[in-house]
Design a binder for this molecule. Structure first.
Ligand code: OAD
Length: 240
């Protein structure tokens, strides 16, 4: 089976009703990123940060995967698919994707302030325990915090993601402005023989990248079109 690697960002979940960050009306227009999504912000005002992520987490049960998430999951019938996502929601998993790498953490997990990447400290939250409060403790006794990679922190999954990108036969990018590194740099690892498809309704200024097919549509319509293109290509190859 060919390896398909799909890099997703906030635009992937936009049609499910979760705001993107940098579009007009996006989250970073309403909150200062340095206050709510940086390690310095957390050290300055942990309650503000906990409340911000509690609010994001409470939204999760109210939203559903969109058709785009479902089509990404359906690709597993034909390809060896890995989803590398910058999203902290669980919509890929809920749509049925079985191989998802979360570069920026997961909203439904919490960890220790002292040792955030120690697997023994990471716990999964559930519908009865959605919020993290000041005073809640991790197993090591430190304040429990969201399992989110903030600005100013290392991205522990990036090496694994770079390796996965380097093995891709087909690479698909859906709904990310590619503003945030190191995630945006993953494109550089894609082998030169692998086609790169970009699904985004906006023009994306990818100056450094010449070899990509832009499907200028939203995630769901764009995935429908991608599937048609791939099926057509396979059919042409068979009929040669
Ligand atoms: P952005 O908000 O920067 O970019 C969202 C992208 O999705 C834009 O290119 C939009 O044009 C596109 N988009 C909007 N609606 C769409 C739709 N219906 N279908 C497909 N695409 C659509 O979000 P990210 O690139 O994901 O990190 O942001 C990367 C990181 O920056 C996030 O993980 C987050 C943020 O700060 C942290 O908080 C650590």
């Amino acid at each position: 089976m060919k390896k398909m690697v799909i890099l997703t960002g906030a635009g992937m979940s936009a049609e499910s009703g979760i705001s993107t960050f940098r579009d007009s009306g996006g989250l970073w227009e309403q909150h200062r990123v340095e206050d709510v999504a940086s390690i310095e912000g957390y050290e300055r005002n942990p309650k503000l940060v906990l409340d911000f992520y509690n609010e994001r987490r409470r939204q999760l049960p109210t939203v559903k995967p969109c058709r785009g998430h479902e089509l990404v999951a359906a690709l597993e019938q034909h390809f060896d698919v890995t989803v590398i996502t910058q999203n902290v929601d669980d919509l890929h998993e809920r749509a049925g994707s079985t191989n998802v790498v979360h570069l920026h953490g997961e909203l439904m997990k919490a960890t220790s302030t002292l040792n955030p990447n120690d697997p023994r400290q990471i716990v999964t939250l559930d519908a009865d325990h959605m919020d993290i409060h000041l005073g809640d403790k991790a197993a090591d006794g430190s304040q429990l915090r969201p399992f989110i990679v903030w600005f100013g922190e290392a991205v522990p999954e990036i090496e694994r993601a770079a390796y996965i990108a380097s093995e891709a036969d087909i690479f698909v990018v859906i709904g990310t402005s590619l503003n945030v590194y190191p995630a945006a740099g993953l494109i550089q690892y894609v082998p030169s023989h692998a086609p790169i498809y970009l699904i985004d309704p906006k023009e994306v200024p990818w100056n450094s990248l010449h070899r990509y097919h832009h499907i200028q549509k939203g995630a769901s319509e764009g995935m429908e079109e991608l599937l048609k293109m791939i099926v057509l290509k396979a059919w042409r190859n068979c009929s040669r």
